[in-house]
Design a protein around this ligand. Structure first.
Ligand code: FAD
Ligand code: SF4
Length: 517
């Protein structure tokens, strides 16, 4: 048994940042890095194969990089004999083996993991030094200060503060171009002609490490959702940089205009596909923001596109993290709309006649990816209207997207998309009928349903459930001024119409429940 280790430095699967605060003062002679692949992290929720493969491949590449620098790494592979299956059990075993004086770790991105690491340290009588995650531009404490004394929180105010504080897209003390937000210019659709030739994202051919973990994932988790045939995610900082440069060159100029548009067989369109690389810390958001701003300053991308893109990262990404740490752990239990239905099983297969859901879920299973509007206004909208328990919806989103880590997934799902937090994330529920999907995509063209119909054989389930949602929640939402237009339309319905809508909604829910067996 080796004695005399100073620090055991914990590096979790989403902390693959060589510049992280846990590694800055690491002394290879006295300290050792601890990393572990454990089945619990893939089974806690029923993880997509690509999500697991991405984490494992990126972790193994990171480990190899540290070793090349001469840093000692205690690394447990999923297929190592006697792997204990959980982070806590593996960490405990390493503590017994090395008897370190202290544990060091960057604050985790998941409340559950933070608790379990703290418990291990406490039970083993060891100091655990949790250091700030410097990858983010705003710390949890900064956000607490921002939130203090405010009656309600809104991303837009936080975002303006961040622009000022970090001097991003500023012209002196004014926003570049005169406006803080160019969202109005960012709601284009593709019209009848469709998107035409969309630039392809770069290819990252799986190297031997990635191929090895893909085989492992297929062996260990054969029944898990998703497909590995299309795996094409950057797994190293070098690859992430290639992905960033290709996006800035080929897709950023049109990012803003088509940010909300959707099209069959076009899973990526003008989106960056950078969330997973940023969330695993392969890519520094400061660098992404700075390089995007440079594209505008050099006249290679319009302001509306660059501002729209930067807002997602400097605004939304930082904001949701602030919300997560401000409201956890009780945030996870919130269910403001008292939604109790089960998640329809077709969310795990994509087998439904509703073409928009078939496309969005289909590409999710294929790639572990769907873009924001598909997540919010197709898969999320349907569960909200259907009345699915938001915790079940959260577990699905956490499982199926390669970029899913709880700090970012939970506020987006439970808050923004399901209104489960009663209005913390969004000032009103994001509800719309099938006509919204028709306007923003071509999904409805090949669907047996008609988005204009709310009752009858051909009624679009989104449209039926949208009206049913407004009827069910009209009292609860009546005090929300942002809902008044939509609720006025409900007030115009007569009793017979209300009855028909409710019957159609019940019928649809029953047919989905029957298909659950
Ligand atoms: P782009 O469209 O190119 O956007 C650029 C970047 O902005 C993204 O890479 C991402 O880092 C950031 N971003 C954009 N929107 C958001 C947002 N709402 N919150 C935080 N960051 C944002 N994002 C995740 O990273 N992980 C998740 O698990 C996740 N779950 C979501 C669940 C739901 C229900 C919804 C509605 C959104 C979720 N998002 C999540 C936010 C967003 O959908 C994804 O970040 C985005 O689709 C990732 O694709 P992209 O990299 O091509 O993004
Ligand atoms: Fe989706 Fe309704 Fe359009 Fe079909 S008609 S694709 S269910 S919105």
């Amino acid at each position: 048994m080796s004695k005399g280790l100073r620090n055991l430095v914990v590096v979790l699967g989403d902390q693959l940042d060589r510049q992280s605060s846990a590694l800055v003062d690491l002394d290879p002679d006295q300290d050792r890095v601890w990393m572990a692949e454990v089945s619990e992290e893939s089974t806690q929720v029923w993880s997509h194969k690509a999500r697991t493969a991405l984490f494992l491949s990126a972790m193994r590449h990171f480990r190899d990089g540290l070793k090349e620098e001469g840093i000692k790494v205690h690394y447990r592979q999923l297929d190592d004999k006697g792997n204990r299956g959980s982070l806590a059990a593996e960490l405990r075993a390493a503590i017994h083996k090395y008897q370190p004086e202290r544990l060091i770790m960057v604050e985790p991105g998941d409340w559950r993991v933070q608790e379990s690491m703290r418990t291990v340290a406490k039970e083993e009588g060891l100091e655990l030094e949790e250091r700030e995650d410097r990858h983010f531009l705003s710390s949890s404490d900064d956000f607490r200060k921002h939130a203090k004394g405010r009656k309600s929180l809104r991303m837009e105010f936080f975002y303006r503060e961040m622009r000022r504080r970090h001097g991003i897209l500023m012209d002196g003390d004014q926003p570049e171009g005169g406006d803080w937000n160019y969202d109005k210019e960012n709601r284009g659709d593709f019209g009848k002609k469709g998107p035409g030739q969309v630039p392809m994202p770069p290819r990252f051919a799986p190297d031997p490490i990635t191929r090895e973990v893909m085989d492992l994932v297929e062996r260990r988790f054969p029944d898990h959702p998703g497909d590995l045939r299309h795996f094409n995610w950057p797994v190293t900082p070098q690859e992430a940089e290639v992905a960033l440069d290709a996006f800035l060159r080929d897709r950023l100029p049109d990012f803003g205009k088509y940010q909300d548009a959707m099209w069959t067989e076009e899973p990526f369109l003008y989106h960056s596909l950078l969330s997973a690389a940023m969330n695993l810390k392969l890519l520094d958001p400061r660098r992404v923001i700075r390089k995007a701003e440079e594209e505008y300053r050099a006249g290679r991308a319009p302001l509306a596109a660059v501002e729209g893109f930067i807002r997602q990262i400097l605004g939304w990404r930082e904001y949701v993290r602030g919300i997560y740490w401000l409201y956890m752990p009780d945030y996870l239990e919130r269910n403001a709309l008292q939604a109790r239905n089960q998640l329809p099983p077709f969310y795990w297969t994509g087998e439904t006649e509703m073409n928009c859901l078939q496309s969005a879920i289909g590409q999710t299973l294929e790639h572990g990816y769907a873009h924001h509007i598909q997540r919010l206004m197709v898969t999320g909208l349907y569960t909200l209207l259907f009345g699915v328990d938001p915790k079940q919806v959260h577990e699905w989103y956490l499982a199926v997207y390669v970029d899913a880590i709880e700090w970012v997934e939970l506020p987006n799902t439970l808050g923004m998309s399901q209104f489960g937090d009663g209005g913390v994330m969004a000032s009103k529920p994001y509800v719309a009928s099938g006509k919204y999907i028709q306007r923003m995509s071509n999904y409805c063209e090949e669907c047996p349903y008609d988005p204009a119909k709310r009752t009858g054989d051909k009624a679009c389930p989104f449209t039926t459930l949208y009206w049913d949602f407004l009827i069910r929640h009209r009292e609860r939402l009546s005090s929300n001024p942002r809902m008044s237009m939509q609720l006025k339309n409900v007030a115009r319905l007569d009793r017979e119409e209300i009855k028909e809508i409710q019957q159609s909604a019940t019928q649809h829910r029953r047919s989905v429940a029957c298909s659950q067996g």
